[in-house]
Design a binder for this molecule. Sequence first.
Ligand SMILES: *Cc1c(COP(=O)(O)O)cnc(C)c1O
Length: 422
Amino acid sequence: MNFKPFEKKIWLSSPTMHGDEQKWVNDAFEKNWITTAGENVNEVEKLVSDYIGCNYAVALSCGTSALHLAVKLAGEKLYGMPKPNEGTLQGRKVFCSDMTFDATVNPIAYENGEAVFIDTEYDTWNMDPVALEKAFELYPDVKLVVLVHLYGTPAKLDEILAVCKKHGALLIEDAAESFGATYKGKQTGTFGIGNVISFNGNKIITGSSGGMFLTDNKEDADKARKWSTQSRENAPWYQHEEIGYNYRMSNIIAGIVRGQISYLDEHIAQKKAIYERYKEGFKGLPVSMNPYDEKNSVPNFWLSCLIIDEDAMCKQVRSGTESLYIHEKGKSCPSEILDVLSKYNAEGRPIWKPMHKQPIYRLNPFVTADGNGRARTNAYIDGSCTDVGEDIFRRGLCLPSDNKMMPEEQDIIIQIIRGCFA
Ligand SMILES: *Cc1c(COP(=O)(O)O)cnc(C)c1O
């Protein structure tokens, strides 16, 4: 291969601005609503709830704060008001997607709960409903499930909702990565009792930061709004009856989001074209793209990923912070591909490392489809294959998926990756 490195870096996923964002930010300046209230905040709540098809959207500082309030609301519903110095999930187990970003999990810890990680399935790379059922057999008292739609691909919602229903558990959807994706024609973020999207800088649309709590329940929306503004009571002075947070979205951020919303569908179309182009371009290579349920779901294609066939994996070892590989003819591995991409000034990323493999959560339970989970992982500590999440982490990677990447640039990336298998 004799390509030169890209002069302008090809990003994994970077913000794409259109001009309207600046207009609404300026509007906030002109009206001097430089605070966590104003027209932009009200308007984005309306635009998002209309788009999603939920009754209420509460604009917050980020997806993580939205998840915190969602988890806290669910905890209060299930277990009542916590004692002083305790969280609403005090000592309780919560089932949670394993292959995700840690922002999904941390809010469970903020409320003093214990996440039990549920292994992943190969069809959508999301929570395995079979493993979830096993988890309820092992821990029948659990009443809350936090489900992620990874990389914008809807999870097996029918199956997961059926398991939740059977065991009387509530569902929270972390749709931070999947805004605009649908399952059987319905938006992700409408299936749980309280759900979350994010406007972080690398998401499908962005406000630089920001997030939202989505619900159909007015009381929950009001409560989230109150908690997010330091739990001020309706009084002439600062009156407080419960713990509060400073989690409300800024009217400046909301201006950016307001300008972005009408471009969501365009971004999804661009991301889909990128996914299809990779799929076509990798024909004949021993790899496949991140899969989805073509019959029942439409992803937002936020990130395109690939997974390498087992017998085309060259030798690769990873410690906590580093990785080594040995190139073999006709084979490759994620570490090699990421290395080569970065030499050409293109950004890929490893698959999100499963939570049960994270040092901070190493003592939390982990359940696989055969019900073994943590025990099985330890039995296979020699590095031979263990669970689904770890397998996808080992063989998969996220590809440059920026919607400003030109088709010619993407073709070069495809050629670079083909070269890795030479
Ligand atoms: C980005 C992300 C979040 C957190 O959103 P922020 O707005 O960055 O706080 C939560 N969960 C997942 C799966 C994410 O990708």
